[in-house]
Ligand binder design. Structure first.
Ligand code: FES
Length: 356
């Protein structure tokens, strides 16, 4: 499918895969890009210019830990001059008053600060970094004091799901404008630990009640992302393949989602070889699952086909062996039993940690 392709709305710039944490649900691919493979500052600036020319509105600087890149303030400043809205997705462990001031002066619009838990013990067990929780709390206070809008992102899994009410209280204490209660998604490293991380249905129902209760208090905005394993219909992953989001890896590969590198038998285009616009509009990868023409039955005749866009291709591949199959979360999928079976698994072993 080509012709009448809308430009992406958001660009996720994964500046580096380097990260001081070792979360067992890391969303980066199994094969990480080494420091020597990372795009240079000049290459990222070229990407930002191309994105702005295409009509991209927002850039999310992410990683790994994007603050591991010393040129981050300069990239933010370039993006702002190009009228791109800039968001920093960070663990906060490298943030201090001096660095925050530099980011603020560069024009940073928003910070999304991730938390692994509300307790020190829980957070350090998942993140694997001693002292991280204290640094995150200090980072949140500094961000609030700077006036940069702050979203707290709590990553939810079986061990911390019952502490959601305490997470909301912490967010209120830190005066956050927005809170994301985002359940772990099971791709890449997360899939390795799914039997240890996926909550039970009863836990999920309790969590949903906590979110509904908190919403009534109107203390901040809440985004709630549930594990789709308990849903009957799939999520519109990335708002549809090649429709709204473009992801660039530290080494310059351009992907429709952060997990797409698992898709077999396709060339992954790179900004070092081709323009971002030609990749978005013409590459085989971006046109593979764009729109509805590629869909199998029952997606093709489903009235939700332009709502969920066939769900998640990476999940279909990981759980059914082919990215062309229906997302097995859908109750109409012939593979739905795979998802149902996974909800009954309760691993009795240690977590497998991610190390860079
Ligand atoms: Fe790749 Fe959902 S994560 S399509």
């Amino acid at each position: 499918m080509t012709g009448h392709i809308q430009p992406p709305m958001s660009l996720l710039a994964e500046l580096t895969h380097r990260c001081p944490l070792s979360c067992p649900y890391c969303s980066n691919p199994l094969e990480l890009d080494k420091k020597a493979m990372e795009l240079s500052k000049e290459e990222w600036i070229s990407v930002l210019k191309q994105a702005a020319d295409m009509g991209v509105l927002q850039v999310h600087f992410s990683g790994g830990e994007p603050m591991a890149r010393p040129d981050l303030p300069e990239l933010i400043s370039v993006a702002r001059k190009l009228n791109l809205y800039t968001n920093l997705i960070t663990s906060g462990v490298f943030l201090d008053e001096r660095k925050l001031k530099i980011l603020d002066e560069a024009g940073l619009d928003h910070i999304q600060l991730s938390f692994q838990d509300v307790t020190v013990e829980g957070a350090e067990r998942i993140g694997g970094l001693k002292g991280a929780q204290a640094k995150k709390l200090e980072a949140a206070r500094l961000i609030k004091a700077s006036g940069i809008p702050l979203t707290l992102n709590f990553v939810i899994q079986r061990e911390n799901i019952e502490r959601i009410p305490q997470m909301f209280d912490l967010a209120a204490e830190l005066n956050a404008g927005r809170v994301e209660i985002a359940h772990t998604q099971y791709y890449g490293w997360g899939l390795k630990n799914r039997d240890k991380l996926l909550p039970t249905r009863a836990q999920l129902e309790q969590a949903t009640q906590s979110v509904e209760l908190e919403r009534k208090k109107n203390r901040f905005q809440i985004d709630y992302v549930t594990p789709d394993y308990y849903a009957d219909v799939p999520k519109p992953c990335m708002g549809g393949w090649g429709q709204k989001f473009v992801n660039i890896t530290p080494a310059g590969k351009v992907l429709p989602c952060h997990a797409a590198e698992i898709i077999p038998d396709v060339t992954f285009p790179n900004v070092k070889d081709q323009s971002l616009a030609s990749i978005w509009n013409e590459s085989e990868l971006f046109n593979m699952f764009r729109g509805t023409d590629w869909m199998p039955e029952a997606c093709r005749s489903c009235e939700r086909k332009e709502i969920d866009w066939g769900g998640c291709r990476c999940q279909a591949l990981a759980l059914t062996g082919s990215a062309k199959n229906m997302d097995p979360v859908c109750v109409q999928s012939p593979f739905h039993n795979v998802v149902e079976k996974a909800t009954e698994e309760q691993g009795d072993r240690e977590l497998i940690y991610r190390r860079f």
